[in-house]
Ligand binder design. Structure first.
Ligand SMILES: [Fe+2]
Length: 243
């Protein structure tokens, strides 16, 4: 095994279960159909999983980093927010040229999705709900959007609400460091009762899913509220995944 292979082999040590959310969350029936029911089995890690997909960022039109406006210039309703952060690996090294995909509900708490067809909340014709950005040479990313609204979990007798959150899909250095997770907002009282966030047993793991506020004077413009959120792929300090 050469030093490069050893480095990857070390990186793919199993997650600490306490840092990850429960596979099945009571009261959130989607978790019953979206996660494996059988035990995992080990498979060899081949070069394609370690190195692929190569240059995915260059192959895609990745700069869809302003979710607050339509192509025609329509402005989505809601508080403008600027989300910045770094994508890092477990050793604290920046992950460069990586795609971060983003999707979330509109300011009223509604998705444009067939599963949200019965939502009591209105659609926003100027908010499509998804975008993506690329990390730069220091692993930094940023996107502009509106703050999502909270929404009640449908079809559940005990009413509980998802707090405002942003879904994220990150490729990292390749398929083996793919991460699907959620970002939460600091000091939102709904965080304390969210069954997804609180299914992560380790409080430090939960904290890694909550963004930090950015002081207003550090923002490049006066009409946005800023949040910072570093994302870590693979290893014991990684951001927990979220369904
Ligand atoms: Fe959601």
């Amino acid at each position: 095994m050469d030093s490069g292979s050893r480095r990857f082999a070390d990186r793919f040590t199993p997650y600490d279960e306490r840092s990850q959310p429960a596979m099945q969350v009571e009261g959130y029936k989607e978790t019953l159909v979206r996660v494996p029911k059988r035990a995992f089995f080990k498979r060899p890690v081949t070069l394609s999983e370690i190195t692929g997909p190569l240059n995915l960022g260059k192959k895609l039109d990745a700069d869809l980093s302003d979710l607050s406006r339509t192509k025609a210039g329509g402005r989505a309703l809601g508080q403008l927010i600027w989300v910045t952060g770094c994508l890092l690996d477990e050793d604290g090294e920046p992950v460069r040229g990586s795609i971060i995909e983003v999707w979330h509900a509109n300011a009223a708490g509604r998705y444009i999705h067939k599963m949200d067809a019965n939502s009591p909340f209105p659609e926003d014709p100027n908010f499509f709900g998804s975008g993506r950005c690329l990390t730069d040479h220091e692993g930094r990313y940023r996107y502009l959007t509106i703050k999502p609204g909270a929404y009640p979990v449908p079809n559940h007798p005990e009413r509980w609400w998802r707090p405002p959150h942003i879904h994220l899909s990150v490729f990292g250095e390749g398929f083996m460091s793919r991460l699907v997770t959620q970002m939460f907002f600091p000091e939102d009282h709904l965080n304390a009762q969210d069954r997804i966030l609180n299914s992560v047993p380790d409080p430090k793991g939960r904290q890694r899913m909550i963004a930090k506020g950015v002081p207003m004077l550090e923002l490049p413009r006066a009409d946005v509220v800023g949040f910072s959120h570093d994302i870590v792929v693979r290893g014991h300090r990684s951001t927990p995944f979220g369904l």
